[in-house]
Write a protein that binds this ligand. Structure first.
Ligand SMILES: C[S@@+](CC[C@H](N)C(=O)[O-])C[C@H]1O[C@@H](n2cnc3c(N)ncnc32)[C@H](O)[C@@H]1O
Length: 268
């Protein structure tokens, strides 16, 4: 994987630690998708399976879902859940978004949560999604917004900056690459989508305390690439500097950190 993204395949077993925190984004996508009995649905860059699995559990055998992801480890974790729960109407496949191996117009609905901005070629991924969506089919895509609206990654960027080699900095630019006004809009049009709305939505990461937040950061290995090159004696500094940055977001209800994403929803 490129651009300093975490090595998704390697952290796959730990990625679920983040799922409760991004669940509101999944609900927004599922609302926008409005799945109906009989639908065939694609979840692109499906990671460890959410929100596709939630939809599969809710709708049962009335729908068919395929999830695809470029990281084999992620696909394996998702597919393990399918087997454990004996679900027969959902499956996950190893596949890059830029080369979706499906016929044209194969799906009634397509969704993607926090994938498109990470693709090596985001436009090509969107073109593929447009190609495999049926005319009149619905799509819903969530990408992270601007760096200012993504405090947790900005904090990480700030504290690792000047401590590790530039080419290992946290992937703030890649992750927020489609967040500035006009960029996703432009790309969706280039990909052939014309009937859609695009809007920013704010939701909160909510942790009982900073320690709970930091445990998820550490246990998920989301910053492993940066820690691997950080001089040993600076390791404690990272935690304490991020704790000071997070202080402004801590109150009697714990640590509440607003984040913004862009939701694109529409029809082909
Ligand atoms: C932040 S995770 C999101 C996973 C899942 N959609 C979710 O919201 O829980 C990003 C996912 O995008 C996948 N990914 C990155 N580049 C990709 C590409 N070119 N094609 C398919 N998947 C890709 C990664 O492997 C990873 O599983």
């Amino acid at each position: 994987m490129n651009n300093n993204q975490p090595d998704w395949g390697h952290i796959a077993e730990k990625f679920d630690l983040w799922l409760p925190h991004i669940a509101p984004v999944g609900e927004a996508l599922l609302n926008a998708l409005n799945a109906q009995s009989g639908d065939t649905i694609l979840d692109v860059a499906s990671g460890t399976g959410e929100p596709a699995l939630s939809l599969a559990r809710r709708m049962g055998n009335t729908i068919r879902i395929i999830g695809t992801d470029a990281a084999e480890g992620m696909v394996n974790v998702a597919q393990k859940k399918v087997l454990n729960e004996k679900l027969s109407h959902i499956q996950f496949q190893h596949m890059a978004a830029e080369a979706l191996n499906f016929p044209d117009a194969a799906f009634d609905k397509i969704m993607c949560r926090f994938g498109v901005m990470l693709f090596e070629d985001s436009l090509q991924g969107l073109k593929q999604m447009q190609r495999v969506l049926k005319p009149g089919g619905r799509f819903a895509i969530a990408v992270w917004s601007t760096p200012e609206t993504m405090p947790t990654l900005r904090w990480a960027y700030q504290v690792f900056q000047n401590r590790i080699p530039t080419d290992k900095y946290p992937p703030l630019h890649k992750v927020t690459s489609l967040g500035s006004p006009g960029i996703l809009d432009n790309m969706l049009q280039q990909a052939g989508f014309s009937r859609y709305t695009l809007r920013p939505i704010t939701f909160n990461y909510h942790f009982p305390s900073f320690d709970d937040y930091w445990n998820v950061v550490e246990q998920s290995d989301i910053l492993k690439m940066q820690y691997d090159v950080l001089p040993e004696h600076q390791r404690n500094i990272i935690r304490s500097e991020i704790a000071s940055l997070a202080h402004a977001f801590t109150g009697k209800n714990g640590l509440i950190i607003p984040h913004e994403f862009l939701l694109a929803e529409g029809t082909k």
